[in-house]
Write a protein that binds this ligand. Structure first.
Ligand SMILES: C[S@@+](CC[C@H](N)C(=O)[O-])C[C@H]1O[C@@H](n2cnc3c(N)ncnc32)[C@H](O)[C@@H]1O
Length: 193
């Protein structure tokens, strides 16, 4: 099943179905199938070989395999996975006009955040749109992942290069079971300037 934040908010990006969607740190997420079903060509980047293999095995597809700079590339129908380090790969189908970040930026330690945003800028077109799902909680109460991303962090990282619009804020404090005094999920639409 696709992530509810994706299915609820994706149409707000107002993309053509031909828009090519980048999924950084994709794992073997089923969200890529949902995006492909909307008509989008989809390119994911994931460095764990097992996750890439299992994505195609579970889909019952044998992908076409090729090599590009710093990556192995696997394609079936409209989905391509680059088995590569997001910080080193040069996808040959970039630049992308859209991206989807669920559990990508928040999976990275804070020291890699600026580099992540820099890569996103490198891989996307001007006016590209992204949907990003984040978590926030008091940083001193838990070591990530997921790493807490405050509103100030989002502003600091993205505002120089992206317009930022929040489309969801959900207080998860009652539901979470890690003893956090505050926990929330936010969904943002980002537009590259
Ligand atoms: C928390 S998982 C999220 C996966 C997926 N986005 C989802 O929603 O299920 C984070 C993924 O990022 C991958 N990853 C972490 N650092 C990476 C990097 N530098 N390059 C590529 N993949 C990376 C991990 O192997 C893991 O599969």
């Amino acid at each position: 099943m696709a992530n509810p934040a994706l299915t609820e908010h994706w149409s707000k990006l107002e993309l053509d179905s031909s828009s090519h969607v980048l999924v950084p740190l994709c794992g073997k997420s089923l969200d890529m199938h949902w995006l492909a079903q909307q008509g989008h060509p989809v390119s994911g980047i994931e460095f764990v070989e097992k996750a890439v293999d299992e994505f195609f095995e579970e889909w019952l597809k044998v992908p076409i395999h090729s090599s590009v700079k710093s990556a192995k590339k696997f394609t079936a129908e409209s989905i391509t996975l680059y088995q590569a380090d997001f910080f080193k790969v040069q996808p040959d189908d970039a630049p992308f006009s859209a991206w989807y970040d669920r559990a990508a930026l928040v999976a990275l330690p804070p020291s890699l955040r600026s580099q992540y945003v820099e890569q996103l800028r490198k891989f996307t077109t001007v006016r590209a749109k992204g949907l990003m799902v984040t978590f926030d909680y008091p940083k001193e109460e838990m070591q990530g992942p997921p790493f807490a991303l405050s509103d100030a962090d989002v502003e600091h990282l993205f505002s120089p290069y992206f317009e930022i619009e929040r489309v969801q804020f959900t207080d998860l404090t009652e539901e979470e079971d890690r003893g956090l005094s505050r926990c929330s999920l936010s969904v943002f639409i980002l537009t590259r300037r």
